[in-house]
Design a protein around this ligand. Structure first.
Ligand SMILES: C[S@@+](CC[C@H](N)C(=O)[O-])C[C@H]1O[C@@H](n2cnc3c(N)ncnc32)[C@H](O)[C@@H]1O
Length: 469
């Protein structure tokens, strides 16, 4: 079974894939997508890292009593449970963003930024309370609205009655707004510090206590595309060198924390974005390349398995690509947006934005089933777990954007070890933030590039490339 799974994953033989599907059907606990085997990060692989970090006095070390394999095994498993325990708080945050910005369930005007949702004392404003009430009413009868159904399921899982749901939603939203203010204050303090490393250090782990958000947008994909182009120009990546790509934390476009557009269906973008960049740059050939989307959020995985399954049945996957003029994208990002999907599909009629978002441009692309079925979902906690990949049968490219920022420096180093474990020699790991230099020696930093998402350079990403030795 295991070797069949790997063959199918390599995408070499249709016959092997059929055998795997038959085996999966006979094993009800597995989904139709073949899952790679996963194990917890073993102590042997972190022993040296722990002592190096301890002697360097690095921040965020694990408790001192972790000094052998058995104490480590217990710790890493409990860490995995704690990390997965943060998923629900991320869902609460996404529902709060839907309350602030959503237009699919109410005629009330969106709150322009989360900060304006509460007064100086942190009390929700009357306009925000009205929106909480509107959402609490709407989830009772969600109809076909996917986001409302999602919120309804979530509230049901929490055993909340209609009355208590509204109080609960208001409290979550208040918490989110206060959290956002605290993050802003921390960043401001770091910006004012005389220590140049302070801002970087603060930003690198700013969400380490926060719920695991799953939102996504096009900007980080543009940042990765820019870095891949740079690697090709510098001759670091050869034509046809990429067959297996892992996207760590692809996310779902549900209700983004900055704008939260919800006039189109929930979608994922990154697996297709990276696939298209690789094909466009000649780094891989369509028939050989596969994308494994690794995530720990069951909703993200279910969405990816759904689209891949529909791809196998011959259905395309449609993505909606909004361009909000308030973001003031630079010309390169506008061009990336205009051409997104040229290789993978064909333009199709987009959803029209509601009146309030009149200036928002929208493109839609119907991605061909052939590409939808090249993507699969894989349950993985990248901090605590490793994928079992055969020697030289691992990944050639691993990307992770807006994932590491949810972890402290030690957890980030563990995730890098797990990524190093899954990469083939010479393979690349791309990430959109500077990481601490306390990390496994097997990953060598080769390139850095600053990518702006704003014509005035007000915000953007620092993309970093590591090469597996
Ligand atoms: C904020 S979203 C980022 C989505 C996308 N990469 C982007 O940049 O737009 C973070 C994603 O990482 C996933 N994630 C967080 N921690 C993870 C972990 N330890 N292992 C795997 N996935 C994780 C979340 O479930 C979510 O899908």
């Amino acid at each position: 079974m295991r070797s069949n799974v790997l063959n199918a994953w390599r995408g070499r033989e249709k016959k092997a894939l059929l055998m795997v599907l038959a085996a999966c059907l006979a094993t009800p606990i597995f989904s139709l997508i073949p899952q790679l085997k996963v194990h917890f990060l073993p102590f042997d692989e972190v022993r040296d890292l722990i002592s190096a970090m301890t002697s360097a006095g690095a921040p965020d070390m694990p408790p001192a009593e972790i000094n052998d394999a058995s104490s480590w095994d217990g710790w890493i498993k409990s860490r995995d449970s704690e990390i997965r325990g943060r998923i629900d708080r991320g869902i609460e945050d996404s529902i709060s963003n839907l309350i602030l910005f959503g237009t699919s369930y109410t005629q009330l005007l969106p709150i322009p930024t989360s900060d304006l949702g509460a007064d100086v004392n942190g009390q929700l404003t009357p306009a925000t309370r009205a929106r909480v009430h509107a959402l609490a009413q709407a989830v009772v009868q969600p109809g076909e609205n996917e986001r409302l159904r999602f919120a309804q399921d979530f509230l049901r899982r929490r055993n909340l009655s209609h009355d208590s749901a509204e109080t609960y939603l208001a409290a979550n939203l208040q918490r989110l707004i206060l959290d956002e203010r605290e993050y802003e204050m921390k960043q401001r303090a770091a910006r004012q510090s005389t220590d140049p490393a302070a801002l970087l250090m603060t930003r690198a782990t700013i969400y380490k206590e926060r719920g695991l958000s799953f939102d996504t947008s096009l900007e980080p994909d543009f940042a990765l595309d820019t870095m891949l182009k740079q690697l090709v120009q510098k001759g670091r990546l050869a034509r046809g060198s990429i067959r297996r790509i892992a996207v760590i934390g692809p996310g779902l476009d549900f209700a983004d924390k900055r704008i939260g557009l919800d006039f189109y269906p929930v979608q994922t973008i990154q697996p297709f974005a990276i696939l298209e960049s690789v094909l466009r740059l000649g780094l891989g050939q369509a028939e050989n390349v596969r994308v494994v989307a690794c995530d720990l959020n069951p909703s993200v995985l279910a969405h990816i398995e759904g689209l891949a399954g529909r791809g196998r049945e011959g259905h395309p996957y449609i993505v909606q690509l909004p361009n909000d003029p308030r973001n003031d994208w630079p010309p390169e990002l506008v061009s990336y947006w205009q051409h997104f999907g040229d290789l993978l599909g064909t333009p199709t009629q987009p959803f029209a934005p509601p009146r309030y978002f009149k200036g928002v441009g929208v493109r839609a692309v119907s991605i061909r089933p052939y590409y939808a079925e090249r993507v699969s979902g894989q349950d993985l906690d990248i901090v605590a777990q490793q994928l079992e990949v055969p020697a030289k049968g691992g990944f050639d490219l691993v990307v992770a954007t807006n994932v590491f920022v949810y972890y402290n420096f030690f957890e980030q180093a563990l995730a890098m070890q797990n990524i190093s474990h899954m990469l083939n020699p010479g393979g690349f790991f791309l990430v959109n933030q500077i990481l601490s230099n306390q990390h496994p020696d097997s990953l060598k930093l080769t390139d850095q590039c600053n990518v702006s998402f704003n014509a005035k350079g007000l915000f953007g990403d620092e993309v970093v490339a590591y090469r597996q030795q």
